[in-house]
Design a protein around this ligand. Structure first.
Ligand code: GLN
Length: 492
């Protein structure tokens, strides 16, 4: 046994204990179970847990594998065989996955133990996790606030030390924004870097799976396991995968960071701005050069996203018809009644709003005016980034214009909710990679709320982005500060 607070450890620290046989994988699962029992009633991060199976897997786990014996939480939109996969939707409430997503297969091959499924906005549509049809998830730093979304359950679990690390998915910011609001690291890889096979599709040209962790090093360790080509995902890239953890630790001398002048918009919280200014000074003192750049087309990113993403969602979600799987309405009188009532009863309000919007922008007569035009502007956004990356190694901005907002504050106002992703959405449209790392705290009503720094990198440049994020993280104490719900200071 050990007197260490095991669930508070990073993946790297936990692994060194496991490898030195100072703790067993079984003890880790037991400690994690106790921790979840202690805090998850308040947080509400998990939709389902399978601790018995996890304990059995732990008994036979090989702790010498890269992630040997490390339990990981999985957003409930990624298929884990035998476990529920609800997408936080009534329409999949009783569905159990019949296969492992490629990322899960790879995590298992690396020795990790997927033990539980985390809450999200229904089908990953949202920025606060309040669109879940299952339960509310609260921010561990202030239980009256949202954890961000849509991967809010994964972010809150990691922040509250109710998970060692987690997977999320990011279509317009759903890994990075909850990471920022909950004070953890969140990474969206380049489109195609990580297989989407077994991720329930929201918007197929934008979706990516990625890690949420306590440290940048942990993100690199998970990336080492999940990145790479998959013949079962035709959009996955057939490019070699570097060792992401190997070159962390190089300094920032000679690194050029671009600060997009369009990103210091009105409406950005003054405390967020102060934190970003201080971060830029810090980067500078670490040897980085800060350069102003311009991304003129990104002001259209939100508009373009809500055309492209809803169009793709309207076709992807057509499969939930009450015939093949999931919820089916009672006593339909004919096939149209079956479809109509199943979908009417099964989908929540935001999902219906998006299906209707997406169907509209794809309909003949409006296709050219909306969908086709949005695709053209999307290409201009991609070119903006490509031009900027000719001059700089990475782009910097806040991850979110505001710290965590209050539960209920934005639910009645979809536009306000959509604006929460103003800094994250363009990266998905351009297919580039991006990370959020803790970079300070705001003081709101006497509570400390985390602030996130976003670093964006060109396609397949994740190793460099991780290196820059790591150098910054290691020069600060932000990632060691833990929310009030946790009791012991985290070491990293
Ligand atoms: N918040 C954005 C949306 O509601 C992005 C969601 C995501 O990345 N899955 O679509």
């Amino acid at each position: 046994m050990t007197d260490k607070d095991l669930p508070a450890l990073s993946i790297a620290d936990l692994q060194s204990l496991l490898r030195r046989r100072e703790v067993s994988a079984r003890e880790v699962i037991d400690a994690l179970r106790a921790r979840i029992e202690a805090v998850d009633q308040d947080i509400g991060a998990y939709l389902s847990l399978d601790m018995e199976a996890a304990a059995q897997e732990a008994e036979k786990s090989n702790v010498d594998l890269p992630l040997g014996g490390v339990p990981l939480a999985i957003k409930d939109i990624i298929n884990v065989m035998g476990q529920p996969c609800t997408c936080a939707s009534k329409i999949l409430q009783s569905y159990r996955a019949t296969y492992d997503a490629t990322v899960i297969r790879r995590l298992r091959a690396a020795g990790a133990i997927p033990f539980g499924k985390t809450n999200l906005d229904e089908f990953a549509m949202g920025s606060s996790t309040e669109n879940s049809s299952m339960k509310l998830t609260r921010n561990p730093w202030d239980l009256s606030r949202v954890p961000g979304g849509s991967s809010g359950g994964s972010a809150a679990a990691v922040a509250a030390d109710a998970a060692i690390g987690a997977l999320g998915s990011d279509t317009g910011g759903s890994i990075r924004q909850p990471a920022a609001l909950s004070g953890v690291v969140g990474f969206k890889p380049t489109y195609g870097r990580v297989s989407r096979f077994g991720l329930v599709a929201f918007a197929s040209s934008l979706d990516q799976i990625g890690p949420l962790t306590k440290t940048v090093n942990d993100t690199a360790l998970i990336m080492n396991a999940i990145a790479g080509h998959d013949p079962q995902d035709s959009s996955s890239l057939n490019e070699p995968v570097p060792d992401y953890a190997a070159r962390l630790g190089e300094d920032l001398r000679g690194v050029r960071l671009g600060l997009p002048k369009e990103y210091l918009i009105e409406g950005i919280d003054p405390q967020v701005k102060t934190a970003i200014d201080a971060t830029m000074k810090q980067m500078n003192s670490l040897g980085a050069e800060i350069v102003e750049v311009s991304l003129p087309t990104t002001e259209y990113a939100i508009a373009v996203y809500y055309i492209v993403a809803t169009a793709e969602a309207s076709t992807n979600l057509a499969r939930f018809d009450g015939v093949r799987y999931g919820y089916r309405t009672e006593n339909p009188k004919d096939i149209l009644d079956l479809y109509g009532r199943t979908r009417g009863e099964g989908f929540g309000q935001e999902v219906k709003r998006r299906i209707i919007l997406g169907t509209y922008v794809l309909s003949s007569g409006y296709y050219d005016a909306y969908y086709l035009r949005a695709q053209k502007v999307r290409e201009l956004i991609r070119q903006d980034f490509a031009r900027a990356f000719e001059k700089v190694d990475a782009l910097v901005s806040p991850t979110s214009p505001v710290p965590a907002f209050k539960l209920g504050e934005r639910v009645g106002d979809p536009l306000q909710m959509y604006l929460a992703d103003i800094f994250t959405i363009a990266a998905n449209l351009a297919g580039i990679c991006g990370i959020s790392v803790p970079c300070g705290f705001a003081d709101m009503d006497g509570q400390r709320l985390p602030i996130g720094l976003q670093l964006l990198g060109k396609p397949l440049d994740e190793a460099r982005i991780l290196r820059i994020a790591y150098a910054y993280e290691q020069s600060t104490d932000w990632h060691k500060t833990r929310p009030p719900i946790a009791s012991v200071p985290r070491k990293a």
